[in-house]
Design a protein around this ligand. Sequence first.
Ligand SMILES: [Zn+2]
Ligand SMILES: [Zn+2]
Length: 408
Amino acid sequence: MENNTLFDLARQIEQENGTLYETVCQQIYDYAELGEQEFQSSAYLKEQLKAIGFRVTAPIGGLPTAFRADYGDGHPKIAFLAEYDALPGYGPNQDQNGHACGHNWIAANTFGACDVLRRIYDDNQFSGTIVYMGCPAEEMLGGKVNLVNEGCFEDIDAAIQIHISDGDTTKVAGQSLAIDSVEFTYHGVSSHAAGAPERGVNALDACYLMFDGVNALRQHVTPDARIHGIITNGGLAPNVVPALAQSKWFVRAADRNYLNELTQKVINCARGGAIMAGAEMEWRYFENSYDNMKLNQTLIDLVTDCFHEAGVENVDKSFLPPSGSTDVGNVSWVCPTVMTNMGIGNTDCARCHEEAFLQYVHGEYGFRGLHKAVLTQVFFALSIYTNHGLQASIAEDKRRLLAERNAG
Ligand SMILES: [Zn+2]
Ligand SMILES: [Zn+2]
């Protein structure tokens, strides 16, 4: 069957079953569970996937709410990166969870893509494996880092995600910064700050002297680097020399290898502060470290065509400067990956993560975009499943990624 005919078949299947994908979108929206607590959401998604014949493996990566669901056999294996964690702090009293980042919408667009594809697979139109990768806790922990480290992506040939975004531009080549999250703890000796200051070792001095060191370091970093810290524990009372002080830092850069060097320099600043104050210092990573996104030109070009095919206009495939960080970056180091941000078309100024954006991740706006996101991913996957040239090209990309990783 020609791709055009296959795409028409996909459109027809999507139209016939689209209300199910809307239901999934709404249900995960209603659960609105925080990262690592997505028990109802993941149970519901596993149930839905089992109902359409997927083989569910759970839990994976050592995370209770992570799972994987496979359909079909052999290669290519294409992974759809689902998320389903919500954010805290919404509602009139800022005490409700909400899907202001639209992860319910991602859970549903990946589900829809998998469902359309398995129906086409059953029609003997291609061979390969459709993989729904249930990735929890994107906002807090970065669950994909655990999944990558535990080898859950080892057999995957290509991965895709369509995230929701505000505005009407769809971005398919956003870069992201590698990030390390480091906590420093300083131990000193408390004493009366007025009566016996000479007996004290001031842990807070060590803590803020590190800030001076980092501020000097800023002159000698590459322009993409971002270093931002806060003091999380600075003592208990002004008349007691603090015996304990703590700070938390995010250190970011456009390239993981450079970030490794930079984080070492930040740790040295902490050591310097401790030496000056005579305090002891220990440090730890308090969240997962993310790698930068490795962009894949073949997949960027392909997904751009697929967005157009699905009726999404305004697709920007220029390389955009990095601003934030995402755990999809880690996936892009082990298999060719494309991470896209699809503009939902809202014309107010509501942005992702804001209360006012909640209305766009479900309902009329959300659902209209949802169907386009489903179709884009189906076209994307069908193009790979049915094209040996494309398969050879991404296989070569994967070999190069793994070689670079081993060399690094
Ligand atoms: Zn978010
Ligand atoms: Zn998000």
